[in-house]
Design a protein around this ligand. Structure first.
Ligand code: PLP
Length: 406
């Protein structure tokens, strides 16, 4: 298989400085750097952690571990201050133009965050006869909770209508024209996803605001964009950003909901939250520092280029079908759309088998249904997902293993 040289990855010209930059960053991930025999291509499920994040957790647990928001002694106060600093850090990371007016609520990940918005905030917003628009062909974490909210309200005698957010068949983007036809004076809320977890495309959510107007709150599932590309709440003009810290280099069991708190009621998560995951929160602060220092523009450039190399390679292997936008399959396509993940199927080998076979080649990918919502892909597939630590050699290793299966 003819491969493009390292300075051109999938049609994208790579600055030689970027290659050096990436080498330096990869070396900071102990599990990755210590295992050159394997290729970890499942970062969309969870990411690996740089030494700086591990050090921050070690530092926290060995210098002042205590509970937060309770207790008046030094370690407790320091922990409370660390949690507050992390809230501010998240706001800065998201380019929040009005940090004094917004809020940050810590969660275990995106699924829990979306349920908080759906069950603790949305019911307060909605009245009988109101309508909401939500994505049923994205991750089920961004579909199920809205239906649960509908059922919760129905038990209180409040009927709301839930419309599926429409998609364009070819690009897999949201269909803005069809969305415009759905929106009416009863539309109170839209949920969307920033980067699709199966197709890898940016869903152009900035266009949703243009369609729904200034008053409708928008909730963004940013599980696959935070840590991969710059995410600016000012540019996107959304009201919630929900993400998983563990997919953005922080510890497992971390995530957050950022809420603008200007359209509709303030987000006040219900019930007694109990002890926060303080070590995880410390790791999230360190992870966001690490990502900002590395540079999200460059991380995006790198993973887009690797995804383009993989997409291009797969499109040349006859038995494979790449899922998602078909206009961006080749290296010289102007549409380099896959952010950090590429999903495919073999025309005759089952995706589960393919997952096992790739594992035996030291390539770790996700092979299943990818937790899709009810209107998503019905058949299983293989997803290779990347982060800044992945290399062109790992992409080629995957492609070579796949080519041998022809
Ligand atoms: N939303 C999207 C787009 C995802 O890719 C994922 C991750 O699998 C989730 C939500 C759920 O994230 P978590 O497992 O961290 O709750």
């Amino acid at each position: 298989m003819a491969r493009t040289p390292l300075d051109r990855l999938g049609g994208i010209l790579i600055d030689p400085d970027l290659l050096d930059w990436q080498r330096g960053l990869r070396a900071q991930f102990p599990l990755i750097a210590g295992r050159p025999d394997v290729a970890y291509l499942d970062s969309a499920a969870t990411s690996q952690k740089p030494q700086a994040v591990l050090d921050a957790v070690h530092h926290y647990l060995t210098t002042g571990n205590a509970n937060a928001g309770r207790g008046t002694y030094t370690w407790a106060n320091e922990t409370t201050a660390m949690v507050e600093r992390t809230r501010d850090r998240i706001k800065r990371f998201l380019g929040d133009p009005e940090p004094a007016a917004s809020g940050v609520h810590f969660t275990s990940g995106t699924s829990q965050g979306l349920r908080v918005v759906a069950l603790d905030w949305l019911p307060e917003l909605l009245r009988d006869g109101d309508e909401i628009i939500v994505p049923f062909a994205d991750h089920r974490a961004n579909a199920d909770p809205w239906l649960e909210a509908q059922q919760l309200l129905a038990r209180q005698g409040v009927t709301i209508r839930v419309h599926p957010l429409p998609y364009e068949a070819d690009s897999h983007d949201y269909d803005q024209a069809a969305l415009a036809r759905l929106v009416n004076e009863r539309t109170r809320f839209v949920a969307a996803t920033h980067v699709h977890h199966v197709y890898g495309n940016d869903m152009n959510v900035h266009r949703i605001r243009e369609v729904v107007g200034p008053a409708v709150p928008i909730c963004l599932d940013a599980a696959q964009s935070i840590g991969h590309l710059p995410v600016s709440v000012a540019d996107l003009d959304v009201d919630f950003v929900v993400f998983s810290g563990h997919k953005a280099l922080a510890l497992p069991g971390t995530g957050a909901v950022w809420s603008r708190d200007l359209r509709g009621p303030r987000l006040r998560p219900g019930g007694w939250a109990g002890t926060p995951n303080t070590a995880g929160i410390a790791s999230l602060h360190a992870a966001l520092d690490w990502l900002d220092n590395a540079g999200l523009d460059r991380i995006e450039q790198w993973t887009l280029a690797l995804s383009a190399r993989l997409t291009d390679g797969l499109s040349r292997l006859e038995p494979y079908e790449v899922l998602g936008c078909q206009a961006s399959l080749t290296a010289d396509s102007q549409v380099q759309r896959r952010h950090s993940l590429v999903t495919f199927r073999h025309r005759s080998i089952s995706s589960n088998d393919l997952g096992f076979i790739l594992d035996s080649h030291g390539v770790m990918v996700r092979a299943d249904g990818h937790c899709q919502g009810g209107q998503g892909e019905q058949e299983t597939s293989v997803r290779a997902s990347l982060h800044v630590y992945n290399t062109p050699a790992e992409i080629d290793r995957l492609l070579t293993a796949l080519a041998e299966l022809r």
